[in-house]
Design a protein around this ligand. Structure first.
Ligand code: AMP
Length: 385
């Protein structure tokens, strides 16, 4: 490529979900055109794009046509078949690029990469078949978690193992190539969302603190409140991983923090992340604009956070008793609402999120829980976690 892709260029996005939607909105605001490629039609991202290509990810003919219609391809969903990525890459730049994608598409490959490159991870062992599971339990110890090696996110495809006797049942549940990981008795969970430009520049949003419910992200608070030494180390590890994987774009590293302040990398997502949604209102440049800037070869934007912020996910469960009370939530000072335009509010499905800023992280968290609680007519904090 001879220079940066300027406004007017067409960005191709693989995946039609909310991450693609927020990227598309950021790109269109800056004068770019966006084509979304996903197996669905009328998808959250496709609906706000200039063009939606509805085809399965393994439809190479459609992928070729899509590639010819755009200037660069990026993604909001990493589990794209490698043949498709190769085909696209032969026609147009694909960012974050093959190394980041290939490594993060498979949990075992990702963990082996992290351990091999000297990044801290919990003890683990690959489990290609049932026969290997007993030896893995022996080596890793219990309690442990058995996770599918491929295509897992939000706690999908994982099951706990408390004693060696659980092996049969655990293998029955997953029944596929897996990774056995030691259970981490963590004190808290952090993530670092950051971006790496085409020129290798790096910009991060600091460490944020995440809490999960049923393995799905529930709440993010920025800043995390961990000692500066722990935060600096998390950022240093993140920058190192981005460098090794040659990331171009926005990506995220999730960490466990143990009671002794030790960091362990849990997962790497090669795209914007749910724990970075607060940056839309809370940072000088959102994680989505940052992705756009990076993949277009533009300078990265500032990541300054004027004040603390918190984000709470809105899952389909909130619709159980009918339409949530939007005016009540919006009456909470500083609350911003994002809905992704998904038609069916299924339990556990991410339908939207709310963000609030406040003078302290604690106040931001309280506001966000109050806003979410108001949606279903409860007082907030007690109902939120
Ligand atoms: P994952 O899909 O692997 O990111 O897991 C989702 C969530 O499950 C994590 O954010 C943790 O809250 C929990 N979890 C996953 N692996 C472990 C582990 N080895 N030890 C303790 N909790 C875990």
């Amino acid at each position: 490529m001879s220079g940066p892709l300027l406004p007017g260029a067409t960005i191709g996005v693989l995946g039609g979900g909310q991450l693609g939607r927020m990227l598309t909105l950021a790109a269109r605001r800056m004068g770019y055109r966006v084509h979304v490629f996903s197996p669905d039609t009328d998808s959250p991202a496709g609906r706000v794009a200039n063009r939606e290509w509805g085809a399965p990810y393994d439809d190479l003919e459609a992928a070729r046509e899509f590639a010819r219609s755009v200037d660069v391809v990026t993604l909001e969903f990493e589990n794209i078949p490698s043949e498709t990525v190769e085909e696209l890459s032969s026609l147009v730049p694909v960012r974050p690029g093959p190394r980041a994608l290939r490594t993060t598409q498979n949990r075992l490959r990702e963990k082996e990469f992290l351990r091999g490159a000297g990044f801290p991870v919990a003890a683990f062992r690959g489990v290609p078949d049932r026969a290997s599971l007993d030896a893995a339990i022996e080596e890793v110890g219990v309690p442990a978690v058995l996770k599918t090696a491929g295509f897992g996110y939000d706690g999908k495809g994982q099951t706990g193992i408390s004693t060696a006797e659980d092996a049969d049942a655990a293998w029955e549940t997953l029944g596929d190539e897996a990774v056995l990981e030691a259970w981490v008795d963590f004190e808290l969970e952090l993530s670092v969302v950051a971006a790496r430009g085409l020129d290798g520049s790096f910009a991060h949003y600091g460490a944020v603190r995440n809490t999960h419910d049923r393995h799905i992200l529930d709440l993010t608070v920025a800043p995390s409140g961990v000692p500066p030494g722990v935060e600096d180390e998390a950022v240093r590890i993140t920058a190192g991983i981005f460098e090794e994987l040659d990331v171009v774009g926005t990506a995220c590293v999730e960490f466990f923090v143990t009671g002794r302040g030790e960091l362990l990398v849990n997962e790497v997502a090669p795209r914007p992340h749910n724990s970075g949604h607060w940056t839309i209102e809370g940072a000088a440049t959102s994680q989505f604009e940052q992705q756009l800037r990076a993949v277009c070869g533009l300078p990265l934007g500032g990541t300054h956070r004027a004040e603390p912020a918190a984000m709470a996910n809105l899952l389909g469960d909130l619709w159980t008793n009918g339409e949530p009370d939007w005016p009540a939530a919006l009456a909470v000072p500083g609350a911003s609402l994002h809905l992704y335009g998904k038609k069916e509010p299924r339990p556990g499905r991410k339908m939207g999120h709310v963000t609030a800023r406040a003078p302290t992280p604690e106040e931001a968290a309280l506001r966000i829980l109050k806003a979410r609680g108001a949606l279903i007519g409860t007082q907030g904090p007690a109902a939120g976690s």
